[in-house]
Design a protein around this ligand. Structure first.
Ligand SMILES: Nc1nc2c(ncn2[C@@H]2O[C@H](COP(=O)(O)OP(=O)(O)OP(=O)(O)O)[C@@H](O)[C@H]2O)c(=O)[nH]1
Ligand SMILES: [Mg+2]
Length: 556
C-alpha cells in the first residue's frame, strides 16, 4: 500500500498520512467482506525466501526461475502424454506403465472385453506395441498379444486382432505357445473368419517340428492343440449347419490321428470332445434330412451321414472306449431298425435296393449278439446260450422309412422314403453245429454260397471267429469260398469275438497263437491280408471299427 519510494521522500508527509488512512479503510472493508488476507499469515518460509533472495543476482534468479518453470512444464506434459495413451477406464488397473506386470495387462484386457470397452482395448494395444519391448513381463508379451487378439475378435475389432496376431508372430515367435494359437483359432472361427483360422493353423500349429521326434514334448503339445483347434472347427460348424467345413476339419483330424498315436499321447491326455462332435454332426445331419438350408462354404464330398466323418477321425485317434461316445454313435447312425423278413433261399430275400452287411460264422460265435451291439438294441436279433438259435437268414433294415414296421406287420402302405444312409443287415444261421440235421445244414451252406456270390447289393461280409479258439476247419472252408466266389466289391472283414472272455488276466487282448493261426489260415485259404477287428459284445470293444465297415453298406 505504501510505495517504497515514498520512504525516500520524507519531505512530503501528507500523502503518507493519506495513504495510511486509505489503507486502513481498505483493510476494514475487506475484513467486513470476509475476503481479507493477512500479510502476516504468509509462511515464514516465504518471508525468509524474500529475505534470502538478494543472495542471487537477478540474471541468476531469472535463470533459476526459468529452469524451474521448464521442469514443471515438462512434468505436466509427460503426465498428459501418459494419460492420453495408457490411462484406462478400468478402475482395477487405471493406467499401464512399463512397470506394470503381465497380470495387470491381462486384467485390463479381460475387463475391456467384459465391458466392451473399445477405447481401453486400443489403449492396451498401443501400450503393448509402442511402449514395451520383448523383455516386458518376463517375455510374456506374446501371450498378452494373443489374449488381446482374442479379446479384439470378441469385440469384432478385426483390424486390431490382425495387428496383434501379426506382431506376435514376428516379434514373439520364439515364445508362442500352441495353446494360444488354438485360442486365436477359436476366436477367429467365432467371427466366421475361416481363412485366417486355417492360416494360423498351418503357420503356428504345423507338424512335426524339424529334427525332433513326435514324442518330443514340444511336438506333443502342438499335436494336442492342433487336434483341439480342429475339433473346435468341426464342432462349431456342425452346430452352425455348415457341414462342409466340419467335414474338412474331420479329414484333417483323420490325418493327424496316426501322428498322435505315434507321439504316445493317450486319450486321457488329449481329452478330445468326440461326444460333442458326434452330437453336432447328428444334429447337422438331421437338419440336412429335413431339408434345412445348409451353408456350403467350400467344396467337400459329404458322407451319407455326417457322423461317419467324425467316426473316421475318431478311429485314427487313441481311444478311451467311452460308453457315452459309443452310445451317441449308434443312436446317430441307427435311428430306426426293423426286422424285415427271414429267408431260406434267394427268392425269400428282400429287395436289393440298398447296401447290405452280412454276419457269418460258426454257431454260437456271437453273430446275433454283435448285431445287437452295433445297433445298440438289446434283443433285435435273438441270441441264446444254446447253439443253433438262428435258423434262417434274418434281414434287418436300418433307417428305413418311418412306420416301415407297420408295412411289415400289417401290409399297410406308408408314405415317405428311406433315409440316405439306410442299409440292410443280415444275420445268418451258424455253421458247424452237429445237432442241425445234415439236410438242413447242406441247404444253408448252398444258400450261403449263392448269397455270397449273387447278392449284388452286398458290400461287406463280417466273418466272426471266436478269439479264444481261432479259426476252425469250417472257418477255413468259408475263407476258401470267399476267395473263390466273393465279388471284389464286397469287403471281407474278420471279427474276433468274445474278447472279454479272452486270456486270463488280460481281457480285451488276443493271444499270439490265435493271431498266428488266423494269419496262417487266411494266407493258406486265399483271402490273404484282410482287416481283423477284435470285439466283445459285452464290453462293446471294436464298435467303432465295425462301423467303419458298416459305413460301406450305408454309402452304397
Ligand atoms: N462273454 C461274452 N459272451 C458273448 C459275447 N457275444 C456273444 N456271447 C454269448 O454267446 C452266446 C451265443 O451268442 P449268439 O449271439 O446267439 O451267437 P450266434 O452266433 O448268433 O449263434 P447262432 O445263432 O446259434 O448261430 C450267447 O450266450 C451270448 O450271450 C461276447 O462278446 N462276450
Ligand atoms: Mg444267431
Amino acid at each position: 500500500f505504501v510505495p517504497s519510494s515514498t520512504h525516500n521522500k520524507p519531505s512530503v508527509p501528507s500523502p503518507l498520512v493519506l495513504n495510511v488512512n486509505v489503507a486502513t479503510n481498505f483493510i476494514l472493508q475487506e475484513f467486513e467482506r470476509g475476503e481479507f488476507f493477512f500479510p502476516n499469515a504468509m509462511s515464514s518460509d516465504e518471508n525468509n525466501g524474500r529475505e534470502k533472495a538478494p543472495r542471487l543476482s537477478r540474471p541468476q534468479r531469472k535463470a533459476l526461475e526459468r529452469a524451474q518453470k521448464q521442469q514443471k512444464q515438462q512434468k505436466v506434459q509427460q503426465k498428459k502424454k501418459n494419460a492420453k495413451h495408457f490411462k484406462l477406464h478400468s478402475q482395477a488397473v487405471s493406467s499401464l506403465t512399463s512397470q506394470s506386470t503381465a497380470d495387470d495387462v491381462l486384467r485390463a484386457i479381460k475387463r475391456a472385453q467384459n465391458l466392451h470397452d473399445a477405447e481401453d482395448l486400443q489403449t492396451i494395444e498401443k501400450f503393448l506395441l509402442e511402449e514395451v519391448d520383448e523383455t516386458f513381463a518376463f517375455g510374456y508379451r506374446g501371450s498378452l498379444l494373443s489374449r488381446l487378439a482374442v479379446a479384439a475378435l470378441h469385440m469384432n475389432n478385426h483390424e486390431l486382432a490382425r495387428t496383434a496376431i501379426d506382431v506376435r508372430r514376428v516379434e514373439c515367435r520364439a515364445s508362442m505357445a500352441p495353446m494360444e494359437s488354438a485360442a486365436i483359432i477359436r476366436g477367429l472361427l467365432r467371427v466366421h473368419n475361416v481363412t485366417d483360422a486355417l492360416e494360423v493353423l498351418a503357420d503356428e500349429l504345423s507338424l512335426p517340428l524339424e529334427g525332433t521326434p513326435l514324442s518330443d514334448s514340444a511336438n506333443q503339445e502342438r499335436l494336442k492343440w492342433r487336434a483341439l483347434a480342429l475339433s473346435s472347427m468341426a464342432s462349431r460348424h456342425f452346430f452352425q449347419g455348415e457341414p462342409s467345413l466340419s467335414v474338412l476339419a474331420c479329414e484333417k483330424l483323420a490325418e493327424l490321428g496316426p501322428m498322435v498315436r505315434e507321439s504316445g499321447l493317450t486319450a486321457k491326455e488329449l481329452d478330445m470332445p468326440w461326444s460333442r462332435l458326434i452330437l453336432g454332426a447328428s444334429q447337422c445331419e438331421s437338419g440336412r434330412r429335413e431339408g434345412t438350408k445348409q451353408e456350403e462354404t467350400i467344396e467337400v464330398d459329404l458322407p451319407c451321414n455326417l457322423v461317419y466323418s467324425v467316426l473316421n477321425a475318431m478311429s485314427t485317434f487313441p481311444s478311451d472306449n467311452s460308453d457315452e461316445v459309443y452310445e451317441r454313435v449308434s443312436n446317430a447312425l441307427v435311428r430306426r431298425v426293423v426286422f424285415l423278413t427271414g429267408a431260406i433261399d434267394m427268392k425269400g430275400c428282400p429287395a436289393a435296393d440298398r447296401g447290405e452287411a452280412a454276419f457269418i460264422g460258426r454257431s454260437n460265435v456271437g453273430k446275433s449278439s454283435l448285431i445287437n451291439m452295433v445297433t445298440n438294441r438289446k434283443s433285435l436279433a435273438y441270441t441264446s446260450k444254446r447253439p443253433g438259435k438262428t435258423q434262417q437268414f434274418n434281414f434287418f433294415a436300418v433307417n428305413d422309412k418311418p412306420g416301415r414296421e407297420k408295412e411289415v406287420k400289417y401290409g399297410d402302405v406308408m408314405p415317405g422314403s428311406m433315409d440316405p444312409d439306410s442299409f440292410l443287415i443280415t444275420d445268418l444261421p451258424g455253421f458247424g453245429f452237429a445237432k442241425v440235421p445234415e439236410k438242413q445244414r447242406k441247404q444253408w451252406a448252398d444258400f450261403m454260397s449263392q448269397y455270397l456270390a449273387e447278392r449284388n447289393n452286398l458290400r461287406v461280409v463280417f466273418h466272426l471267429i471266436d478269439s479264444r479258439h481261432g479259426p476252425t476247419d469250417e472257418d477255413k472252408k468259408i475263407m476258401n469260398q470267399v476267395s473263390e466266389n466273393l465279388p471284389a466289391r464286397v469287403n471281407y472283414v474278420v471279427v474276433l469275438t468274445k474278447a472279454d472272455k479272452n486270456i486270463k488276466g488280460a481281457p480285451g487282448k488276443v493271444s499270439k497263437d490265435v493271431m498266428q493261426s488266423l494269419r496262417t489260415a487266411m494266407n493258406e485259404n486265399g483271402v490273404g491280408k484282410r482287416p481283423v477287428i477284435l470285439s466283445s459284445s459285452n464290453t462293446k470293444l471294436g464298435r467303432d471299427d465295425l462301423w467303419r465297415y458298416l459305413r460301406l453298406a450305408a454309402e452304397a
